[in-house]
Write a protein that binds this ligand. Structure first.
Ligand code: GDP
Ligand code: IMO
Ligand code: MG
Length: 479
């Protein structure tokens, strides 16, 4: 039965097939064209999807500070630099002081990216930076004394704004006029230079190559002089000016590039870029403890505007935090310690400003502001520095809540300087032993592991590296 019913079916299929084959033979040219068309469409589709993919490959990682600056960014950038092709500063200026140890010598970089001592790295000063030619020249001389040919691997964006001698004078005048409300600026001319940028008056590095530079300079200098006169401020600018104009000549001989094409071409060619932040998130002009902040966007969003990189190119945001907290200059600092413990942190941590030498204010780690910083930066990895400074303490504290005007909160308030903030402490047992020679996470003291675990859980982001000394080799990777 089965055989009889199957046989006619097979015959039918065979007949249909032979009809189809005959039809194909008759339309062989049509079929060939159809096949070629399908093949071309498929390969075009595959190629375009590959292009889309390669355009969205994230090639830019960021290292930035999560507190009030001086978290140890310089050391961390110098450590990671060999894994990257380009190291780029995207904001700030000579207010920054990034400390590295090269050939066992201490070097403080203010404007040059911290990849400069690795000959393979290309270093870019991005458009978001404000640049003082005088300080740059001095820094270049210092770098050259280590045998580094900075003319080969240092590039400057033509859109980078220049700090003039009168910007420095205006910074001083502005601070003086504020009296006890002064910001505690580094007096490097940062705020006046950024004001001229947003006020659309500033002079850019590319303008130095233009015939109109002298006219532009004189016009702006006169404007500044009128402002200084109105503030009744007198400074011998002429003596600064001579050095400035010499340094401008020096700057003209640099690799001045169109930074945004420069960096995007590198990314397209598969090069890896590391963006180096200056200052810290709590000094960000929008999200920091305003008005006690710097004048740039120090957070990860600043990478896009400060280099000309699209947001989807950013991959890792590595946030650097000290194992405790410091701040230099005025402004709110909820976890500050005004007692002997604060003094001890300053002494052991050698907490004196790398740019101005001022003593840094010290306190325990503030998890409320740190969580806020992780949120606004989109931090993907945490790096905790200066953990060894806590070696001497029997007891450690973390601030996990604020009492703001008698109410408990885990949020950073709007006007931190106008409300009373009291920290709520959690106490931990200190490890109380020397960790500076430890090389692997297994050997870390159990008390430290508990301290770190609490921080990780509170922040919802993991500490992936612990720095246990200023040296290049003192960094422990955590699984
Ligand atoms: P940056 O501005 O973030 O680069 O930091 P600074 O260079 O202004 O300040 C950090 C200071 O801490 C420098 O003197 C570094 O040499 C030092 N430092 C960095 N990491 C460590 C660490 O893990 N332990 C100790 N003891 N010092 C460190
Ligand atoms: P790095 O990159 C610590 C602080 C100043 C002042 C405020 C405004 O080394 O971490 P400004 O000169 O910008 O007008 O000063 O910001 N400040 C820093 N504090 N580290 C820095 O940079 C800083 N750069 C500026 O002390 O309170
Ligand atoms: Mg510093």
């Amino acid at each position: 039965m089965i055989k009889n019913s199957v046989l006619p079916g097979i015959a039918q299929i065979t007949m249909k097939l032979s009809v189809i084959i005959r039809a194909i033979r008759g339309n062989i040219y049509f079929i060939a064209v159809l096949f070629i068309f399908l093949f071309c469409s498929l390969s075009l589709f595959l190629r375009s999807s590959r292009t889309i993919q390669s355009n969205t490959i994230s090639m830019v990682d960021v290292i930035l500070g999560l507190q009030w600056g001086d978290e140890g960014k310089g050391k961390i950038v110098d450590y990671f630099a060999p894994k990257y092709d380009v190291i780029a500063r995207f904001q700030g200026g000579p207010n920054a002081g990034h400390t590295l140890y090269v050939q066992n010598k201490k070097v403080v970089l203010h404007q040059i990216p911290s990849g400069i001592f690795h000959e393979k790295n290309i270093n870019l000063i991005g458009n978001g930076v404000v640049l003082d030619p005088v300080i740059l020249r001095r820094e270049c001389e210092s770098v050259a004394s280590f045998g580094i040919d900075y003319r080969k691997n240092l590039f400057i964006s033509e859109r980078t704004h220049i700090i003039l001698p009168t910007h420095r004078a205006l910074d001083k005048a502005s601070e003086l006029s504020k009296g006890s409300d002064k910001i505690g600026s580094t007096l490097k001319g940062i705020s006046p230079a950024y004001m001229d940028k947003t006020g659309r008056n500033g002079i850019r590095v590319g303008d130095l190559l233009d015939k109109s530079f002298t006219t532009q300079y004189i016009r702006l200098r006169l404007k500044h002089q009128r402002l200084l006169d109105s503030l009744n401020f007198h400074e011998d600018i002429l003596s600064w000016e001579e050095e400035f104009l010499d340094s401008v000549d020096f700057l003209r001989q640099f690799n001045i590039v169109n930074g945004e094409y420069f960096i995007n071409d590198k990314i397209r060619d598969g090069k890896k870029v590391l963006a180096e932040g200056a200052q810290g998130s709590m000094l960000d002009v929008d999200f920091g403890t305003f008005p006690f902040v710097t004048s740039s966007n120090t957070i990860s969003a600043g990478v896009c505007t400060g280099l000309g990189i699209a947001p989807q190119k950013i991959r890792e945001v590595m946030g650097v935090t000290k194992a405790y907290c410091t701040r230099v200059g005025s402004g709110p600092f909820p976890s500050e310690l005004h007692d002997g413990t604060g003094e001890e942190l300053r002494k052991i941590g050698n907490e004196f400003g790398a740019t101005t030498g001022r003593p840094r204010r010290c306190g325990w780690m503030d998890l409320v502001s740190l969580k806020f910083a992780c949120m606004i930066n989109g931090v993907t990895k945490l790096i905790m520095t200066k953990a060894d400074v806590l070696d001497a303490f029997q007891e450690l504290k973390l601030c996990g809540e604020y009492i703001v005007d008698n109410k408990k909160t885990t949020q950073v308030p709007f006007q931190m300087n106008k409300v009373s903030i009291e920290p709520v402490w959690q106490t931990f047992k200190g490890w109380n032993k020397d960790i500076t020679t430890i090389k692997d996470q297994e050997s870390l003291p159990v008390e430290m592991k508990e301290y770190v675990q609490h921080i990780n859980e509170y922040l919802g982001v993991g500490i992936k590296y612990i720095s246990n000394g200023p040296g290049r080799d003192q960094l422990i990777e955590i699984d």
